[in-house]
Design a binder for this molecule. Structure first.
Ligand code: C5P
Length: 227
């Protein structure tokens, strides 16, 4: 069996990472959550006061970039990779509403993208990788053999994210989650550098009315036809 690159892009909370993880496990591929990297930079920027009240000091951010080291380490007990920022495990800390609210402002900075895209390309250079994000099929791996673009209605996506946050113990209102997701999608799809859009050769996959298992079976069957 040949090893391929699988790029999964789409709006927030379209279930990209759930599918990507399952797919990587089934194919014995490496899974890379590129969004976690933008979230880790955002966490760093908040800690250092580089972003406050939604305002980013671009100059300070660019200056601090060489200090930022992001890595992933597979945790056997948990069965997934955890995200590390300068040696600190930030897996949980990067999933809060505060990070979600600010991440798109950090992700539109070209110097940040350049640094992270380089690292993502390095991680995927041997192929046998499933990577999810916003620009994987368009910028990071334009030659990926399999590209998916996931969509679902805004209401169902916000419901999924709301449930995820509540299950994690965060106190959030559904309306705030919906508003934050819509704002993030708007910034992500209208930014100048690498906006979120479907690659011309990506298959669009609307999972509004589809459970995880059905999606997974279909996508796995599709991957197996290519491999
Ligand atoms: O996938 P996730 O929702 O964790 O991504 C968080 C944010 O990181 C996105 O809303 C987007 O602003 C940014 N991102 C990006 N390019 C990627 C992955 C994520 O700009 N490839």
């Amino acid at each position: 069996m040949k090893k391929i690159t699988i790029a999964i892009d789409g709006f927030s909370s379209t279930g990209k990472s759930t599918i990507a993880k399952k797919l990587a496990q089934a194919l014995n591929y490496v899974y890379v959550d590129s969004g976690a990297m933008y979230r880790a930079v955002t966490y760093f920027a908040i800690q250092k006061g580089i972003i406050s009240n939604g305002e980013v000091s671009i100059e300070d951010l660019i200056k601090a970039l060489p200090e930022i080291q992001i890595s992933f380490k597979y945790n056997e007990d948990l069965g997934f990779s955890e995200t590390y920022l300068n040696g600190e495990n930030v897996t949980k800390a990067i999933r809060t509403m505060d990070i979600s609210r600010n991440v798109s402002r950090i992700a539109e900075v070209s110097e940040v993208r350049q640094k992270l895209v380089e690292q993502q390309q390095e991680m995927g250079k041997e192929k046998g990788v499933v990577m999810d994000g916003r620009d994987i099929g368009t910028v990071v791996f334009p030659d990926a053999e399999m590209k998916l673009f996931m969509t679902a209605t805004p209401a169902i996506r916000a419901k999924r994210r709301y449930k995820e946050l509540i299950d994690r113990g965060e106190e959030v209102q559904y309306e705030d989650v919906l508003e934050s997701e819509q704002r993030r999608d708007l910034i992500d799809s209208t930014r100048e550098d690498s906006p979120l859009k479907r690659a011309a050769d990506a298959i669009e996959f609307d999972n509004t009315d589809m459970g995880i298992e059905e999606q997974f079976e279909r996508i796995l069957a599709f991957a197996k036809r290519i491999i």
